[in-house]
Ligand binder design. Structure first.
Ligand SMILES: *Cc1c(COP(=O)(O)O)cnc(C)c1O
Length: 390
């Protein structure tokens, strides 16, 4: 089911639904690895691609297709492929679009595992990667080479919530026939629509806000059909497909995406303001704060600040760990995007495998704490962090 005139929430609840002969109102989970053909001729036609239809769930699955169609409508994208995780979405993008000898320019401020994939694994396969500042766009232009295929950015970034001007960066990319990839994990389409700002490809870790309740791993890549096609060929051949069960969980997650994102932003904004006034806090990073270096850009590019707040406590690693260990309500876990608030120490968890020099370059200090603000009552969250008031 799809209607191009629908608005965001209607798409998030209705688009993509395929009703079976039983007339179910909630989408079905099609737990099947393969599909039965009427005849050998039909099997041959499906394999030849002359007749549409499912063959094998590594290629397509109806529940996964529903999720892909719904997310594509929310991002305003022509096509979408779902993957087993956010990391496999990134791998699928690169395997689909790059070859040995190609070059990627990526922001230094990206998810720690993405940094590992780019710098330690893909380089073994002959891919060149240059890391640049997330906000100084001159560095992107200067880093461009003849063999540059992709620009890769995450905005707002993890964990410092720095914001990149997507439109300006896409102009630099397009002058040189380079595609701009945006990891839209922190905002989700409820707060930011990168394709409408000039990006070519969107990456999602569905594990985070698309699920919203910390249950399943999944990912997605969105772009026009022509760009997605080689990624789909990689996916159906190499196999990092999304499971039907996970796709169903994400379909349910999408149904509440915009109200959750509004509530995450509201709680996070409130907490960020409160943190700024606490004696044991040195500095707060949140795009919704007037003190954020790209506050104006964030307001123009995003609907609200999102759910992630990072801050430096007075002191060093010990004081950061003491604060984290003093919490009783907020979960000490590196995940984010959950209705349950989570707290982590990036330097020794998500970014622990980044070299100390690179951590310094990206500004991830030992006294930095990241909270992915959930949907608990704000007064309870503040009470849980009350040691900052001393
Ligand atoms: C978590 C995350 C990923 C990786 O996703 P997984 O589902 O854990 O594989 C990629 N990018 C960002 C911004 C993330 O937060």
């Amino acid at each position: 089911m799809n209607n191009d005139l629908w608005k965001f929430n209607t798409h998030s609840i209705r688009t993509g639904s395929l009703q079976s002969e039983f007339g179910e109102n909630s989408e079905a989970i099609f737990l099947t690895s393969s599909y039965v053909f009427d005849s050998s001729a039909q099997a041959a036609a499906r394999f030849a691609g002359s007749e549409p239809g499912n063959i094998y769930s590594r290629f397509t699955n109806p529940t996964v297709t529903m999720f892909q169609d719904r997310l594509a409508a929310l991002e305003g994208s022509e096509a979408c492929v779902a993957t087993a995780s956010g990391m496999s979405a990134i791998l699928t993008t690169i395997m689909g679009l790059c070859s040995s000898g190609d070059h990627i320019v990526a922001s230094r401020s990206i998810f720690g595992t993405t940094l590992q994939l780019f710098s330690n694994i893909l380089t073994r396969w002959g891919l060149e990667v240059t890391f640049v500042s997330i906000t100084n766009l001159n560095e992107w232009e200067d880093a461009t080479q003849k063999n540059t295929k992709l620009f890769f950015v995450e905005t707002p970034s993890n964990p410092l919530t720095e914001v990149t001007d997507i439109t300006a960066l896409s102009k630099i990319a397009h002058q040189k026939d380079i595609k701009l990839v945006v990891d839209n994990c922190f905002c989700s389409p409820a707060l930011q629509k990168p394709l409408s700002l000039g990006a070519d490809i969107i990456i999602h870790s569905a594990t985070k806000y698309l699920d919203g309740q910390g249950r399943c791993l999944g990912g997605a890549v969105l772009a026009d059909k022509k760009t997605i096609e080689p990624m789909y060929q990689f996916l159906r051949t190499a196999g990092p497909a999304m499971s039907a069960f996970n796709a169903w969980v994400f379909l349910k997650g999408l149904e509440t995406l915009s109200i959750r994102m509004e509530a995450h932003s509201r709680n996070a904004h409130h907490l960020a303001l409160w943190l700024e006034s606490q004696p044991q806090v040195e500095r707060v990073y949140y795009p919704g704060l007037a003190s954020h270096p790209q506050h104006k850009l964030a307001l123009a590019q995003q609907k609200s600040g999102g759910g992630i707040v990072s801050f430096e406590v007075k002191g060093d690693q010990k004081e950061a760990w003491d604060l984290i260990d003093s919490t009783r309500l907020i979960s000490i876990t590196a995940n984010l995007g959950d209705v349950k608030s989570t707290i982590t120490h990036p330097a020794t968890t998500t970014h622990s495998r980044v070299s100390p020099e690179d951590r310094q370059k990206t500004g991830i200090k030992n006294n930095l704490v990241r909270i992915a603000v959930g949907l608990e009552d704000i007064e309870d969250l503040k009470a849980d962090l009350s040691s900052l008031s001393d």
